[in-house]
Ligand binder design. Structure first.
Ligand SMILES: Nc1nc2c(ncn2[C@@H]2O[C@H](COP(=O)(O)OP(=O)(O)O)[C@@H](O)[C@H]2O)c(=O)[nH]1
Ligand SMILES: [Mg+2]
Length: 244
């Protein structure tokens, strides 16, 4: 078992993930029992939040659910989850999807890497990373989107749109979470850009991106298109300097 020096919170945004969430949290904590979990649920009609609360009641405070009034998008959910985590003194905050696309077994390598870095990017497109059952087209759009982001934003990451990442608390405290307007894939791009631009040091760790296990995707082609123009807004907006 990996021994963690940092108090760690896995933040999982959910909308209608009742078929996945209990199995996912159980698996995460079976592999890494020291990590805590916060689910940020946007009032899912399928009762996701109630399932998490049931699990949480027997967890001694290790599993919590933040309930939000309605579907406000992935970016807003993460910002609320990060703020909750920072106010509860967590030192490392993980982003992870609820649908098993991000494998609980890959989390161990990400947690190991955060011990010596400011942030860790779980990467499908670095040496050793992969996707399972993706068409050539889907791969081309994802790799192309990351190359496009890298060219415009200028930092040498290979997976800009991925959402399986770890942030040390000072990074999230510094980069101006409340100024972030992006949603979906561009939210992930903007977090990475702001961390790099503030001078924080990250590393990419290879992951295998699996198929969603149960339920439906909430992403749309609108969110892909949003990312294409948002990258320019992200690049051109002035950023706060890194403190200290
Ligand atoms: N709280 C919240 N979670 C969301 C929202 N949209 C998507 N999610 C969650 O974000 C994660 C990624 O979404 P998913 O639909 O799997 O996207 P895809 O993998 O790109 O198809 C999943 O855990 C979703 O339940 C939202 O509006 N609010
Ligand atoms: Mg998914």
């Amino acid at each position: 078992m990996l021994s963690l020096s940092l108090k760690t919170l896995v933040v999982i945004p959910t909308f209608n993930e009742a078929a996945n969430i209990v199995a996912l949290i159980t698996e995460i904590r079976r592999i890494n029992p020291q990590v805590h979990v916060l689910v940020v649920d946007d009032n899912s009609p399928d009762g996701t939040a109630d399932l998490v609360d049931k699990l949480g009641a027997a967890s001694g405070g290790a599993i919590n659910c933040l309930r939000r009034p309605g579907k406000q998008g992935l970016g807003r959910a993460y910002i609320a989850g990060f703020e909750w985590g920072l106010s509860h003194q967590y030192e490392a905050l993980v982003e992870m999807d609820a649908d098993f696309s991000h494998r609980p077994t890959d989390l161990t390598a990400l947690l190991s890497a955060i011990e010596s870095h400011d942030f860790v990017v779980g990467s499908r497109w670095t040496q050793g990373g992969s996707t399972l059952n993706w068409s050539v087209w889907r791969k081309a759009i994802s790799v192309g989107g990351s190359m496009y982001s890298r060219l415009i934003l200028g930092y040498p990451l290979h997976d800009w749109t991925g959402g399986f990442n770890v942030w040390r608390a000072p990074v999230l405290r510094t980069i101006g979470l409340n100024e972030i307007k992006s949603e979906g894939y561009s939210f992930q791009i903007e977090l990475k850009y702001r961390a790099c631009a503030a001078g924080f040091k990250g590393v990419e760790v290879p992951i295998t991106f699996d198929e969603r296990r149960e339920g439906q995707s909430k992403m749309s082609s609108r969110i892909v298109l949003e990312a294409l123009y948002r990258v320019w807004l992200i690049r051109l907006r002035p950023l706060a300097e890194k403190a200290g």
